[in-house]
Design a protein around this ligand. Structure first.
Ligand code: SF4
Length: 319
């Protein structure tokens, strides 16, 4: 007797746009690829070039060698610094060892470095709003002498901070923070230090802001939210938090389709899907394919902002 499988349950997939790669991640990956093409393998990369396992594994297969510190790299091979930026001591050491280095620091992170330097030159105490231990925070603090920058992680830190001169304080931020959490910390600082010097324009970058806005719109219409990204990717973790606050029943961070647990979708009629700024689009397609095996899927694009930002590659790779 012919056995017909039971019909699959319908599931609406709401695809957040923009999602996935930002201009800084795209540039950083191209720098490693072009460096391997130009100089041959191996090309050393200090720290994960961007925080995504799939990206790192693919570049490793092409000939990149990932290390944590510069002293793990031989002096006669090129080295790339990651998109998160590095303390000033790192390029200084590379120059001293006469190494060929390529800096993949995102220009929007470099902009924060310049701001911090400007405040320091003006004699201000600098507060960096960010997460302890994140490479971007390590890089930004490392632009200036020890003690010149104080890390502020929470509104409670902002309230507890004791400045030398309350009239001479400035703040900068990590680029991949939660827009809403940061607004609370900044409000606490402004309340205490009305004259605090602030960034001319937001330090939280366009890609972080746009992805969080898109997730809010999607999460308002979806039962469950799936975020593609790695656990050490700050902007991906923030997307999960933003989704939870926007009211979805569950929000989950997964590296790829294999991380999906179908039980999360029990009773769900719609699922929002997005990807952190370091997660490749191929992972989104893989997730939709996996959902389509289990459900009668319809995909709807939820378009919020169109992004047109792109960054130039270093001259050494284009000449
Ligand atoms: Fe640059 Fe923002 Fe992308 Fe980070 S998330 S690499 S700061 S564009």
């Amino acid at each position: 007797m012919l056995h017909t499988p039971p019909p699959r349950r319908p599931l609406k997939v709401l695809l957040a746009t923009p999602r996935g790669f930002c201009a800084g991640v795209d540039r950083a990956i191209q720098i490693v690829e072009r460096a391997i093409e130009k100089y041959g393998a191996p090309v050393y990369v200090r720290h994960e070039i961007v925080h995504n396992r799939h990206v790192v594994d693919r570049l490793r297969r092409l000939g990149a060698v990932f290390v944590e510190e510069l002293d793990e790299c031989p002096a006669d091979r090129p080295v790339v610094f990651s998109a998160h930026g590095v303390p000033k001591s790192v390029p200084a050491e590379a120059r001293e060892r006469r190494m060929l280095y390529l800096d993949a620091t995102c220009p929007l992170v470099s902009k924060v470095h310049v701001e911090a330097q400007r405040h320091h030159d003006a004699g201000r105490e600098i507060l960096l709003i960010g997460h302890a231990g994140h490479p971007e925070v390590v890089g930004t603090m490392g632009q200036l002498p020890e003690g010149a920058v104080t890390l502020i992680e929470t509104a409670a830190d902002a309230r507890a901070y004791v400045p030398r001169d309350p009239a001479n304080v400035a703040f900068v931020t990590q680029t991949t923070l939660s827009v809403d959490d940061t607004a609370g910390i900044v409000a606490a600082l402004r309340e205490r230090f009305p004259q605090i010097a602030a960034p001319h324009k937001e330090d939280i970058c366009y890609a972080t802001t746009n992805r969080q806005e898109a997730v809010k719109v999607v999460a308002a219409q979806a039962d469950v939210l799936l975020v593609l990204g790695s656990a050490n990717s700050s902007n991906s973790v923030r997307l999960v938090e933003v989704g939870k606050r926007a009211g979805v029943k569950g929000a989950y961070l997964i590296d790829d389709a294999e991380g999906l647990d179908l039980a999360w979708l029990d009773g769900a009629q719609s699922v929002g899907v997005t990807a952190g700024a370091s997660a490749p689009e191929v992972l989104v397609q893989g997730l939709i394919d996996r959902l389509a095996e289990a459900f009668e899927v319809t995909v709807e694009d939820v378009d919020t902002v169109r992004e047109t930002v792109s960054f130039k590659l270093p001259r050494a790779l284009t000449a």
